[in-house]
Design a protein around this ligand. Sequence first.
Ligand SMILES: Nc1nc2c(ncn2[C@@H]2O[C@H](COP(=O)(O)OP(=O)(O)OP(=O)(O)O)[C@@H](O)[C@H]2O)c(=O)[nH]1
Ligand SMILES: [Mg+2]
Length: 316
Amino acid sequence: MTSEESAASDRTCSFIAVIGAPNAGKSTLVNAFVGAKVSIVTHKVQTTRARVRGVAIDGAAQLVFIDTPGIFRPRRKLDRAMVAAAWEGLDGADETILLVDATAFDGEPKASAMKRAREDTIAIVKGLAERGAPALLVVNKVDQIDRPRLLAVASALNEEFSFEETFFISAARNDGVSELKAFLAARAPAGPWMYPEDQLSDISDRLLAAEITREKLYLRLHEELPYESTVETTDWRRTAKGELRIEQTIFVARDGQKPIVLGKAGQTIKAVSSAAREELCQLFGEPVHLFVFVKVRENWAEENARLREIGLDPTD
Ligand SMILES: Nc1nc2c(ncn2[C@@H]2O[C@H](COP(=O)(O)OP(=O)(O)OP(=O)(O)O)[C@@H](O)[C@H]2O)c(=O)[nH]1
Ligand SMILES: [Mg+2]
């Protein structure tokens, strides 16, 4: 046996599903594990819409993290497909992490968003109990709350479900993430690596490019508008000079939303596309020509083709 073959035979590989209520910090955590941005992050709930795999290596272990959409009470076909995608993330996973935003459990809920995050989390814990699957409790955003209150959050949740272990982290500050990663690596089952060593995610460049534009859009739009919009990469080619040229379309649900996305004298769309272009240039390491259009498509959130385009499986 060559040394390379013996190294390969020692390898372990683990699939780790990361679930939780919207805005818990799941995508931030998966990015922190991978050490690169594979999934977009915003302060708004329901940012992630489909499952994204992020791949990290820790010694002999390859850890495949499955970032999932937040689990909440769904309304539209889009929402139902998102929640289904999150629960399906558990299928075939070796580990399940329930990520909880500690701030949502701190004291009496002050805002309706906190109340919703709590209710969503408790519903997920019940869902885990029904499945009878083991899970790890990871309490996030420890930078926001002091230790005794964090312990109270963890013990309250452990009363609802007997988690295998409890961890306290700050995904955004990369605090406690490497310890959690080492724990997962130590438990990874023996087996070959599922992805080539240099692959960081399973998302296509076309989809990642659309997601980056959606992130910039989410950061600029207010209230319901982000949830009522979607972004697709509609064209991807090399110019005669060999430069990367990308066309994207933002779909909104109503006529009145188009002028908001465009902004006064096109300022909003210009700011969105220039922020997206800048990030795409960095990501691909070359200049990118990006053209972003806006279209009204009333029922896009009910259309199978739109959902498939963003990596979802419309089940009904
Ligand atoms: N203070 C603090 N904020 C955090 C931490 N981790 C994530 N956040 C913030 O929480 C917000 C939500 O983060 P995301 O990673 O998008 O959360 P998510 O769970 O993927 O959200 P959905 O995709 O909408 O379900 C962002 O504003 C993050 O910057 C943390 O450790 N501390
Ligand atoms: Mg997310």
